[in-house]
Design a binder for this molecule. Structure first.
Ligand SMILES: *Cc1c(COP(=O)(O)O)cnc(C)c1O
Length: 344
């Protein structure tokens, strides 16, 4: 039985070309700043995002947490969306690492507005936590891989400037947002002080993320990375995979988006299953099973027995993610499996 793994775009394995790039990588001790592959990767990513500097880190979680640490003081408040990664999937790290509190706002498909932040922002006095950071996740994972409207990102960054706050963009899938919207990475990045991008998601590299920003901020980030144990030595071996991915796998994300659409359309024809096809912006699909009263865990187990792997996104909601290691026939097969099990 073949396995079709649509749990996440993190499950990809390096292609032979990527392995070759990693095999040939020039390496050095990065704690001394002497790994030429890491230096090239950092320069290239900074250039793509139109910022002065970038720092290679082991994970997107570390990247986000370093950003929060350098952009806040203890006891500050951080505005973010209810379903966002820093609030839901980082083990409570904002409290653990930076001693800040998050103020999650209920958005629509992962997107909130300037007005929602204004509503909860407090006057500058000793009763209140100091609001110091706005966090935006683009694409919004739990929102269903949604691409933010650029205008709303701009409005939030204007608010941040007016109120002396910073903006961090969790761009784990900013590459997908850029391809889907046609708005390049550096345009999104203009509205943020720091940006985190992942190489290990849709781009298909095995390990790593980068934090990007001004030279001054990345200097500070360096110290926090060290404190968190994220200083690596000859990590050019893995950075070579990331560099290969950045140079070769960005444009092809359009294929993942096309396949996600095909899958969304296929699943939405099943009676009582709902997919918001119109809002499948990128490579993530949320399938709502509630009208049929189907339990997500039960669904995942049932299709899992047929070799189709998905993740739970709620009690009656499951998530499918397309990526580098699935092709058109896998998508057809996935639709066929679900239709056979649940179609009329
Ligand atoms: C995957 C992801 C991250 C980082 O995850 P790591 O597993 O720590 O690399 C951050 N933000 C979002 C939105 C993500 O999807």
């Amino acid at each position: 039985m073949r396995t079709i793994d649509l749990r996440s775009d993190t499950v990809t394995r390096p292609t032979p070309e990527m392995w070759e790039a990693m095999h040939k990588a020039n390496v050095g001790d990065d704690v001394f700043g002497e790994d030429p592959t890491i230096n090239r990767l950092q320069d290239r990513v900074a250039e793509l995002l139109g910022k002065e500097a970038a720092l290679y880190v082991p994970s997107g979680t570390m990247s986000n947490q370093i950003a929060i640490s350098i952009l806040t003081e203890e006891g500050d408040e951080v505005y973010c969306e209810d379903g966002c990664h820093i609030f839901n999937y980082e083990g409570g790290a904002p409290a653990f690492v930076s001693r800040v509190q998050l103020r999650p706002l209920r958005g629509v498909r992962g997107i909130y507005t300037r007005e929602q932040v204004e509503e909860v922002l407090k006057p500058d006095n000793s009763h209140f936590a100091r609001g110091s950071l706005i966090e935006i996740e683009n694409t919004a994972n739990r929102g269903g891989g949604t691409v933010w409207p650029l205008a709303e990102v701009r409005r939030l960054s204007e608010l941040a400037k007016e109120r002396g706050m910073s903006v961090h963009l969790d761009g784990a899938r900013l590459w997908n947002a850029a391809v889907s919207s046609g708005t390049p990475e550096h345009v999104w990045a203009q509205h943020a002080d720091t940006i985190s991008v992942c190489f290990s998601k849709g781009l298909g590299a095995p390990v790593g993320s980068a934090l990007v920003g001004s030279r001054e901020l990345i200097e500070k980030a360096h110290r926090i990375r060290k404190k968190l144990g994220g200083g690596m030595r000859q990590a050019g071996i893995i950075a070579a995979g990331a560099l290969y991915a950045v140079e070769n796998n960005r444009a092809r994300l359009a294929e993942d988006h096309r396949r996600a659409h095909t899958l969304a359309r296929g699943l939405s024809t099943i009676e009582g299953f709902f997919v918001d096809v119109e809002h499948v912006d990128t490579n993530i699909i949320l399938l709502d099973l509630s009208k049929r009263g189907v339990d997500a865990e039960n669904f995942a187990e049932t299709v899992g027995k047929r070799g189709l792997k998905v993740t739970l996104a709620g009690a009656q909601k499951v998530r499918f993610v397309t990526h580098l290691d699935v092709n058109d026939s896998d998508i057809e097969e996935a639709i066929a499996i679900v239709t056979e099990l649940y179609g009329e």
